[in-house]
Design a protein around this ligand. Structure first.
Ligand code: NI
Length: 164
C-alpha cells in the first residue's frame, strides 16, 4: 500500500499518451493497489496512471456511493451519445473547476485486474468520470474542452461535482 504524489499541471507527463498494458502481472497489481490508495486519500472520484507519473493505460474510479474503487485496464469508449453541460475538476489542476460539454451516456470496454473483459453502459457522473480518465491516458485535460476562459472558475466555497 502506498499513497503516491499526484503530478500537477503543467507537468508534461499529463500531455503524453499512455501505453497499452499487455500483461497484468504483479507490478500492475501493485500499481492498481497504489492508485486505489492514492485516489481514496485524495477525496477525488477518479485517477489515471499518468497522474502518478506512469504512462500505462490504467484508471481507477470510485463513485461517492461505492465502498471501494474499480480499476479499468486499457479502457476505451466504444460509443458516445448526446451532449450535456457539466462542472468538472481535476486532481492535477487543484483550485479550479470548469464548465464543459460531455456525453449524455457512453459505452466503454476494458479489462478488470483479473484480466476479465468489462463492458459497461454508463450515464451521469460515471459516464463523465470515464470520459475524463480516458482523456487523461490520451494526454488530454478537461481544460482543453473549455469554450472560453470564462468557463474556468477559481474554486471558492463551491465544491465541483467531479474531481478526478
Ligand atoms: Ni483529472
Amino acid at each position: 500500500m502506498a499513497i503516491l504524489p499526484i503530478y500537477k499541471y503543467p507537468h508534461t507527463i499529463l500531455r503524453q499518451r499512455a501505453k497499452k498494458i499487455h500483461n497484468i502481472d504483479k507490478s500492475i497489481q501493485k500499481l492498481v493497489d497504489d492508485m486505489m490508495d492514492t485516489l481514496q486519500n485524495s477525496g477525488g472520484v477518479g485517477l489515471a496512471a499518468n497522474q502518478i507519473g506512469v504512462l500505462k493505460r490504467l484508471i481507477v474510479i470510485q463513485l461517492p456511493e461505492d465502498e471501494e474503487p474499480t480499476a479499468y485496464i486499457n479502457p476505451e469508449i466504444i460509443h458516445r451519445e448526446g451532449k450535456r453541460e457539466v462542472q468538472e475538476g481535476c486532481l492535477s489542476i487543484p483550485g479550479y473547476y470548469g464548465t464543459i460539454t460531455r456525453s449524455m451516456w457512453i459505452k466503454a470496454k476494458g479489462m478488470d485486474r483479473k484480466s476479465r473483459i468489462m463492458k459497461i453502459t454508463a450515464e451521469g457522473l460515471l459516464s463523465q468520470i470515464i470520459e475524463h480518465e480516458i482523456d487523461h491516458i490520451n494526454g488530454i485535460l478537461y481544460i482543453d474542452h473549455l469554450n472560453s476562459h470564462e468557463d474556468l472558475i477559481k474554486e471558492s466555497s463551491e465544491i465541483p461535482a467531479s474531481t478526478s
